[in-house]
Design a protein around this ligand. Structure first.
Ligand SMILES: [Zn+2]
Length: 227
């Protein structure tokens, strides 16, 4: 078989083009394969989903955050420090000290709580007092997952910018015996429930000893302070 010069030129051009086409096809197939294996939620990474608030999962801290990798004698830079948390152990007494969740509270609120607890003879416990903005962001992210929408979550959890817990001006109390007692006579100490759906949440209301507690709001989403 004989080729004209023009046909030979075409063949020389076609062969590299075919090879290049095959390389592109193979690379595309490989890319799709890698994407399929590595896509979050499809297998390999499904067991370690990223947290909704963007914080790293426990146990996946990069080497720079692992204590044993810090050079000896060189203090860790501030950004590596864990954010302060107000998390309290279960059953924490209102008289406990040395815990950020209690030490961060408004001193007048804490004094009123302790006076009421002492007078009642009931063991008052604080399930949540002062919270860091990070604590509040975590609570909000969890609530959005639990309640499905931001609007429904807002009925239960404020944002880090608006939360009265972040300002140290609210406590969530237990047990029911304590909150029931406070709901009856707390106004005399300036301690008021504010939300109908949160019988455990109390704040200091300066006018309560003389004027009584304000009418309950259905839930925090009705609170003008939280808008
Ligand atoms: Zn609360």
């Amino acid at each position: 078989m004989r080729y004209t010069v023009a046909e030979l030129r075409m063949r020389r051009l076609r062969v590299p083009a075919l090879i290049a086409g095959a390389v592109v096809a193979a690379a595309t197939a490989g890319f799709i394969l890698v994407q399929g294996i590595g896509a979050p939620g499809t297998g390999a990474f499904a067991e370690t989903p990223a947290r909704a608030d963007g914080a790293p999962n426990e146990g996946t801290a990069p080497p720079s955050q692992q204590a044993d990798s810090e050079p000896v004698g060189v203090p860790a830079p501030p950004h590596d420090a864990a954010p302060a948390s107000g998390d309290l152990p279960a059953g924490t007494s209102v008289f406990a000290t040395g815990l950020q969740g209690i030490d961060g509270l408004d001193p007048d609120l804490l004094a009123a709580l302790r006076a009421a607890a002492a007078d009642s003879g009931i063991e008052f416990t604080i399930t949540s007092g002062w919270r860091s903005q990070h604590d509040q962001q975590e609570l909000l992210a969890e609530a959005i997952v639990e309640y499905g929408t931001e609007a429904e979550a807002a009925r239960w959890v404020a944002t880090p910018e608006t939360s009265v817990h972040v300002r140290g001006e609210a406590v969530d109390l237990g047990p029911w015996e304590a909150t029931g007692w406070l709901a009856e006579v707390g106004a005399g100490y300036g301690l008021c429930r504010l939300y109908d759906n949160e019988p455990w949440h109390f704040e200091l209301v300066a006018s309560a000893p003389t004027s009584g507690c304000p009418a309950l709001l259905p839930d925090p989403s009705y609170d003008p302070r939280l808008q």
